[in-house]
Design a protein around this ligand. Structure first.
Ligand SMILES: [Mg+2]
Length: 322
């Protein structure tokens, strides 16, 4: 784990407490806002989206205010609650996911659905996720772990060992493939650096991933994100919509090319594909970088329960200092 830990060490630096709290809140609000903005165009190509009036893409639909959280946000909230109890317990997180699925389950991906069916039937720990992955011929590598991972970065930005461990544990509860594990770790690492405002490069991140034996597709995609324009990430390529590597690159690209929260988040959503998840990942990294104070108020007010997100962010910020 050494090379990735070396990459993460600077992200543990001290910050002005006000700035730190603003960025923590920004990460969770950004995740929820990116998700809500992306929901109406989920699965669209960039070409389809280009025919939609730009102002319509800048609005969170009013019905979102009364809707249950979409899966990306709901699963991140449950993950945050689990992490506030200590290092991640896979069974406790699964129990929370099962409860969410029974109450709402809005937006749940297929891979997660199959895993929850096995878990409900009694398969323990991460065995359900491993079985579903093996039954897919070790092919299934959906973005369902990357989409919800921001709370891991918030909880453990001061503890790189735990950050990498819990990024992996949180992924394996539903997404067992090593590509899912390491794209989740890479996204958490990027969010931790965004929170800390530290200087880093995607080449350092890619070297760290290669050094810990992550699948080479992950390191390659990280390097590609460093040089590619947004179109070159192929977020809307129909055969790979929902692939974990795509969601990670959406987040990394957003961070590297960040102009301001609004502009860059909308650019990512306009690139199409799994827009609600790409939006959630890009929103989390941009919110971590710029802070809640840089997020348009109309977007915060369009969320079902923004106070839930800010309260969770504050608790994670406090826990990160313990
Ligand atoms: Mg979703």
């Amino acid at each position: 784990m050494e090379p990735l830990l070396r990459f993460l060490m600077p992200a543990s630096r001290d910050l002005d407490p006000e700035v730190e709290r603003d960025r923590y809140r920004g990460a969770l609000l950004g995740l929820a806002i990116g998700n809500a903005l992306g929901v109406p165009v989920e699965g669209f190509s960039a070409l389809d989206i280009s025919s939609i009036p730009p102002d319509r893409l800048r609005v969170i639909r009013p019905e979102e205010a009364d809707a249950p959280w979409d899966d990306d946000v709901a699963q991140a909230i449950e993950l945050a609650e689990c992490l506030l109890e200590g290092p991640l317990d896979a069974d406790a997180y699964m129990a929370r996911l099962l409860r969410w699925a029974a109450e709402s389950g809005r937006g749940m991906g297929r891979q997660t659905y199959y895993v929850l069916v096995k878990a409900r039937a009694g398969t323990q720990g991460t065995d359900a996720a491993r079985e579903v992955w093996e039954e897919s011929g070790r092919y299934a590598a959906g973005n369902g772990a990357v989409m919800r991972c921001a709370p891991v970065a918030l909880r453990w930005r001061r503890d790189p060992v735990r950050l990498v461990e819990d990024a992996g544990h949180s992924a394996r509860v539903t997404h067992y493939d090593p590509r899912c594990v390491w794209t989740t770790a890479a996204t958490c690492a990027a969010i931790a650096h965004a929170l800390a405002g530290t200087h880093w490069t995607l080449h350092e991140l890619a070297d760290g991933l290669d050094g810990v034996g992550a699948p080479e597709e992950v390191g390659e995609a990280v390097r590609h994100s460093a040089t590619s324009d947004l179109g070159g990430l192929d977020l809307d390529e129909s055969s790979s919509i929902g692939y974990t590597v795509r969601a990670m690159t959406a987040g990394l690209w957003a961070l590297l090319n960040a102009r301001d929260f609004e502009t860059t988040l909308l650019e990512v959503i306009r690139a199409g594909g799994d827009t609600d998840t790409n939006g959630a990942v890009a929103g989390a990294v941009l919110g971590a970088k710029f802070g809640a104070s840089a997020i348009p108020q109309r977007w915060i007010e369009g969320l079902p329960d923004p106070h839930r997100m800010t309260a969770l962010a504050d608790r994670l910020c406090e826990a990160a200092h313990c």
